[in-house]
Design a protein around this ligand. Sequence first.
Ligand SMILES: *Cc1c(COP(=O)(O)O)cnc(C)c1O
Length: 465
Amino acid sequence: MKYISTRGGVAPKSFEDVILTGLAPDGGLFVPDQLPQFSHSEISSWQNLSYEELALKVISPFVDDEIPQSDLKQLIEKSYSTFRHSEIAPLVKTGENEWILELFHGPTLAFKDFALQFLGNLLDYTLEKRQQKVVIMGATSGDTGSAAIEGCRRCNNIDIFILHPYQRVSDVQRRQMTTVQADNIHNIALHGNFDDCQNMVKASFADQSFLPDGRQLVAVNSINWARIMAQIVYYFWASLRLGGPDQAISFSVPTGNFGDIFAGYLASKMGLPIKQLVIATNQNDILHRCISENDHTTRPLEQSLAPSMDIMISSNFERLLFDLYDKDGKAIVDLMTDAKAGHMRLCETVLTKARQLFSSYRCDDKEMVELIRDTFRDHDYLLDPHTAIGLAAARECRADLQTPMVALATAHPAKFPDAVKQAGYPSDPELPSHMENLFEREERFTILDNDQLAVQSFISDNITA
Ligand SMILES: *Cc1c(COP(=O)(O)O)cnc(C)c1O
């Protein structure tokens, strides 16, 4: 399998080359030049596979012969052995033909563990084989950082530097990152906001001359193809539990950077019968405006109670557009120039095509808090704020009651006590037992000014691997 850039300006690359980098050199994102296709009968035959066995089926064609099957199988098994539920991604019924897919049983309690446990193992395997060492640099508003640190803490060939905005992530989120004690883990609290962190990372990827010879930066946010790939699996998994592929299924996905829902789109293109994909946004609703009114105008970012979806420009949307525009890299360059300037309009035929599968809904903090309250009262089930937004959108956009609707639960409620308490929950929601003593563990992080030279010298001085 070869990978190409969404902006059409790069020679095709191998799977391993693609996961060991960030953006393509032309500024685009890597995508497979052709998607694997699974027939109805092939998908049917996967009914009784374990999550890990299913993952091997779905992921193998993307990796091709670059990693031997037996090694890939081991990497997958290792990645999901850290999950604390025997089904890895269990379904919970919350209404008539309505289900929640719990994706928060990994080590850091968010769906990002699905991809980052795997990516950490995959990188370490590849680097070991190549006798190469790399530096991971990433910015986080909370969930990505801890999932990446958990995924890479045991990797011998990786130093990982995660920037979070000083005093602007929740205590649980910060402690999940800063209490991991390993010499290759480096937490930087930057004086600034998330955008400052993100810009620092972008500038560093663009000019990597501050790194020692032979080192390169690797991205762990969802521009890394391996993250999207790993997330395709649970769409197949949920469908197979609910009568698929004979029965089409719908999904509602709380959306920020468009990675998670893009994986659902790929599942559909690969042959999984999906009726609807619902894009659920909070008050930062640019994707909802784009799908519903063809209005992709940037507005100032608002802080919400679902902070992992407080994003204005969703990087993976470019991957969808590339596909909808029939892989026309030049069209994407133009669209992205418009988007960057603040206003992008899609061509109507493309929008019509998108709407055959996608619908969208915006759920603000108030509506989200009410749904957490009602769901706890009526079903004794505590939703996290992101999941609540997905569930609200599922109910609003649902085309019919015959098609099972699956709302993706992207985080455990204990990660977001503020929203949960506003919904009337009497205390901080309880952390699972493996994190009970989180608040007693020793923290380690370095506070730095929002200064490129300071951050980059810190990195080059602290590389250990
Ligand atoms: C990252 C995240 C999201 C958004 O996922 P994208 O792939 O960026 O769309 C939603 N909910 C939670 C809890 C997250 O951590």
